[in-house]
Design a protein. Structure first.
Length: 242
């Protein structure tokens, strides 16, 4: 039986999902990718959960894709297609989940690991962390994470990250809007928990509506977004229950 590579815990109304492959720097193999997708789906379906907190055991948040699987995936087109579909489904799920997702990341976040961190609605970094998209340096493309990265930080910063493959430190990530705040390494988990718990004090309906409307507005032109906002403004008069 395979070890569980994703741990789940609930504190008050915060669901904590912990990447748990520290000996592999939490590299994303098929098992971890699937368990994380399932964990997000379960949190979304649980009415007692208001906020999701994504963290990781070990020195590094996530080293990216588990390259030890590449040779297996290359054997047939079906293997590659299935793995790409799973990765795409995971990254879409971060947006589809109707609850805020807070990420707390330490050490290195590279490639797919940087993509996971970027996909969180809020990101707290340890002061010694590094984030990068080094795919170009081994002749491949950060294809699935590219759209979200460009939308999160804008085209100039995003293009530089993916075309050079050079990682940036936590302070630079903060300056370009990739992170919300940087804290001392030893304070990372506690700080992120406090933020998640503080958010969870708010109305479930309001939290869900804010996340939905925020990304709807981000994905549409201004006048369309204003129409969606007007509709939500009318609906929110019934958000007086937590």
């Amino acid at each position: 039986m395979l070890d569980k590579v994703l741990l789940e815990e609930t504190i008050d109304s915060v669901r904590i999902l912990t990447l748990n492959r520290p000996n592999k720097r939490n590299a994303l193999n098929t098992q971890l990718t699937q368990e994380l997708l399932d964990g997000l789906s379960a949190a979304q379906a649980d009415d007692s959960v208001k906020v999701i907190l994504l963290v990781a055991n070990g020195q590094d948040f996530c080293a990216g894709a588990d390259v030890s699987e590449f040779s297996q995936l290359e054997k047939t087109a079906d293997h590659a297609n299935q793995r790409a579909a799973l990765t795409t489904a995971l990254h879409k799920k971060f947006r589809e989940v109707n609850k805020p997702i807070v990420g707390a990341a330490q050490g290195n976040m590279m490639g797919g690991g940087a993509g996971l961190a970027t996909a969180c609605d809020l990101l707290i970094l340890g002061q010694d962390s590094r984030i990068g998209y080094p795919e170009v340096r081994i002749g491949i493309v950060p294809a699935i994470v590219m759209a979200n990265l460009a939308q999160q930080i804008g085209p100039k910063h995003a293009f530089e990250l993916i075309i050079t493959g050079k990682p940036i430190n936590a302070e630079t990530a903060l300056q370009i809007g990739l992170a919300n705040r940087v804290v001392a390494n030893e304070d990372l988990l506690e700080s992120a928990k406090n933020i998640a718990l503080d958010i969870s004090k708010n109305s479930s309906k309001a939290l869900e509506a804010i996340k939905s409307l925020f990304y709807t507005a981000l994905d549409h032109k201004f006048h369309d977004a204003m129409e969606f906002g007007t509709e939500m403004n009318i609906k929110m008069r019934g958000f007086n229950q937590r």
